[in-house]
Design a protein around this ligand. Structure first.
Ligand SMILES: [Zn+2]
Length: 150
């Protein structure tokens, strides 16, 4: 694999998650950061295996779960039933393309506020919203083009 884009950045992120910077953790986190968005454990395994032949799929799973526990990454469960992982941990939502299984991030604080306000004005007792993350299933109008969020 290529060298991590920013070795000290990755080490600092692992430290804030309470994790020691082992070679495997650095390689896996770097692959998640550079793979675009929301790969599965199997996709990450295919990315890191050539440069790290001793790594196992089990190690990938265990490492990803340690990252989730440390709030370094998030799980994304898509409607295709696949568990994907997201290096982005800020509040955001997802557009899921049913044709290509591609996931596009979108952030809209106004929409999230609107949803919070909506629930506040409903008669729902004993409910405190912790996080809002929408997943919009969609298909491309033109399959040859990317979904672009402006
Ligand atoms: Zn995301």
């Amino acid at each position: 694999m290529e060298a991590p884009l920013n070795f000290s950045y990755i080490k600092a992120k692992l430290a804030t998650a309470g994790l020691k910077s082992t070679h495997q953790r650095i390689v896996i986190y770097n692959a998640l950061l550079t793979s675009g968005h929301h790969p599965t454990a199997e996709e990450l395994y295919a990315l890191v295996k050539p440069g790290n032949p001793s790594i196992s799929l089990g190690t990938i799973y265990k490492t990803l779960e340690a990252f989730v526990d440390g709030n370094l990454i998030r799980r994304v469960l898509t409607t295709d039933g696949l568990m994907r992982y997201d290096a982005r941990t800020d509040t955001h939502s997802h557009i899921y393309c049913v044709n290509t299984q591609e996931i596009v991030d979108f952030s809209d604080p106004e929409l999230h506020q609107w949803i919070e306000d909506y629930f506040r004005h409903k008669n729902i007792h004993n409910l405190k919203i912790r996080e809002i993350s929408l997943q919009i299933s969609a298909e491309k109008i033109n399959p040859a083009e990317r979904i672009v969020v402006e």
